[in-house]
Design a protein around this ligand. Structure first.
Ligand code: PSU
Ligand code: MN
Length: 298
């Protein structure tokens, strides 16, 4: 693993740093928007006085704080792979270049000492998981690496109540930001609730400190609903989702290809409307993550 110079300097000085994942760049967003979004998120952070630490793997080496040139490299690589934690030894031995999922990003962030991480949507339990056993390694990672993770919930392409149950089983606390409605990524309310609400970045920092004092390894997961003004039209959302899941079944897509396939399908079939919602979600999570990073640096 290598820590970028700006990130290393900020960490040494106790300045706020926010981790960002890179599967969103390599497999979550279409080109060329992927690079634009990655650069925009970093710019948003610098303006807020927070050092961005976008994390990915280049030629087998985990990088915490990719440079602008390295972001270009990752965004434009035709061979780029999706790397979760289990893939990291293989990536190292074979010198692979890849986007890191929430799980792998949380691993590297924690190793480097970055305490807060913002993403768009989390992986979770897939629909039909009782037969396929398909649940994202993000869940296990969040039980293992004590960071603060900001997301807008899990997408409704997943089984949301089962995902919430698994978080409970895995001892991962979830708090809603200024709401007890668990968000559904594209929409601000998934129809399911969380048990606890927090109302400020300072309260989240306090929770992370309490977790550390208890020597618990779990992440604190912050569910940050998208502003309802930017959410995806619900009817369009529900109709597209049904088609996406059917198409996935027909084509026999499985394993780590499912999430990228569903995301891409939603984007194409909503003529980019889901993409705009996706970007609003991401901006909101980067903004909240930057405030939490500042509260933790105080
Ligand atoms: N959900 C999204 N956008 C994404 C992902 C999930 O709304 O880009 C990515 C994240 O990197 C997440 C990964 O960690 O997909 C989960 O993949 P899987 O379901 O294969 O674990
Ligand atoms: Mn999976």
């Amino acid at each position: 693993m290598r820590v970028g110079t700006q990130v290393a300097a900020a960490l040494a000085a106790g300045k706020p740093v926010l981790a960002l994942e890179s599967t969103i760049i390599t497999h979550g967003l279409p080109r060329p928007r992927n690079l634009a979004v990655a650069l925009e998120a970093e710019e948003q952070l610098r303006t807020a006085g927070v050092v961005p630490a976008t994390i990915g793997v280049l030629h087998g080496v985990g990088v915490v704080g990719l440079s602008t040139a390295e972001l270009h490299e990752l965004a434009d690589d035709d061979e780029v792979v999706k790397l979760s934690v289990r893939d990291l030894p293989i990536a190292k031995v074979r010198g692979l270049t890849g986007g890191t999922t929430v799980a792998a990003t949380a691993f590297f962030a924690h190793q480097a000492g970055v305490k807060v991480f913002s993403t768009g949507g989390l992986g979770g339990v897939h629909r039909g998981a009782s037969a396929t056993f398909d649940e994202s390694a993000d869940l296990i990672a969040l039980a293992t690496y004590p960071i603060v993770l900001v997301s807008a919930g899990v997408k409704s392409i997943l089984d949301i109540p089962a995902t919430l149950e698994r978080f409970e089983t895995l001892n991962v606390p979830i708090v809603g930001y200024r709401s007890k409605n668990y968000p559904g990524f594209y929409v601000s309310d998934s129809g399911y609730k969380v048990d606890y609400q927090v109302d400020s970045p300072a309260q989240i920092a306090e929770l992370a400190r309490a977790r550390d004092e208890l020597h618990l390894s779990c992440a604190v997961v912050v569910a940050n609903p998208v502003d309802p003004a930017y959410e995806l039209d619900r009817e369009l959302h529900d109709a597209t989702l049904i088609k996406a899941l059917a198409e996935c079944e027909t084509r026999g897509i499985h394993g780590h290809d499912i999430t990228p396939f569903l995301l891409d399908y939603m984007q194409r079939e909503t003529s980019g409307e889901s993409l705009e919602a996706n970007l609003a979600v991401y901006r909101g999570n980067v903004a909240l993550g930057s405030e939490i990073a500042k509260a933790l640096a105080e």
